[in-house]
Design a protein around this ligand. Sequence first.
Ligand SMILES: *Cc1c(COP(=O)(O)O)cnc(C)c1O
Length: 386
Amino acid sequence: MDDDEHFETRAIHAGQEPDEETGALMTPIYANSTYEQSAPGEHTGYEYSRTGNPTRSDLEDNLAALEGGEHGRAFSSGMGSINTVMNLLDAGDHVVTGDDVYGGTHRLFTQVYEKYDVEFDFVDTTDHDAVADAMQENTELLWVETPTNPLMRVNDIDALSDIAHDNDALCAVDNTFATPYLQRPLEHGADIVSHSLTKYLGGHSDVVGGALVTDDAELDEEFGFYQNSVGATPGPFDAFLVLRGTKTLPVRMDRHCENANELAHWLEAHEHVEHVYYPGLESHRQHDLAAEQMDDFGGMLSFELDASLEEASEFVSSTEVFTLAESLGGVESLIEQPAAMTHAAIPKEEREAAGLTDPLIRASVGIENVDDLKADLDQAITAALE
Ligand SMILES: *Cc1c(COP(=O)(O)O)cnc(C)c1O
């Protein structure tokens, strides 16, 4: 693969040579567990499909090329990839991460790894002094998301990587919300990029997967060891679906961004909307940083309705084009109420202190016609509030 080629070209061709024997353009689904050896230990590079599978290898090469990285590894879910980074740690190690980190990540850290005596500090990662203060002698990892969920905070990857490296720690960035089309953390100093392929990279809400990308061969070797030892690997059908998804990532993301940007401005002017959280708005606290670090502002936004918890629940139940559902990043628009759904497990006081108010709504803006999306939100607001 030619590194000079543009993102759109890499999305379609990286890791995707036509099959030498048949000329088939698309990577076959190698539904296969084991591989013939010509003599014991002599093989083509594939022995057993947990360790390696050709469909998965093509996906891993494709994802590495999209992040501008050297090495890619695919997993059976985003949590599988995050767990693999955690496998690098020993008992007694310390991790610094965001206080608004993805709920599943928070659960993995506190309910699985604390059991193994890994220590965590959850801080506001937009506050660089707080991050630097949290770093300890035994801090091995700084885990960062940007933009964050659901308030779309933007974290400065260059600055946070520097803080991690000053303390001999690794900086890992969960790039699920932005995708490599909009933001490439390795270019900003991060050591590891993590993805939930379930979201924009798969892009069609039909597959669950995860990935890690790094430039560091030793780290990649360790990831391969844990990938094989733990076994959270994707099957070839899943790898095929994600490969099909990444080909259209650039055109999908352009429309996601365009629609989200238009909806964010429209919502900001709406009489029943108190506040809109979208990095593309001038009113966003880190709009300038987002403009620098990202090529566009993404398809996720949140907004606070002038409503009670019940009215906001009525609103999300009244949309017809937006589907009431968790998850994000598919071609269809989804809507949810964090206080009653994704973040309901957080005690109300803590939730409110973090800005996750009852009438906060999160939307994954799809690629439908934007006028239909506006009309749908408008009729649902009328149904719930008037
Ligand atoms: C969904 C998500 C994950 C977890 O990925 P799964 O594929 O659901 O395991 C991790 N981080 C972020 C930011 C996510 O949105």
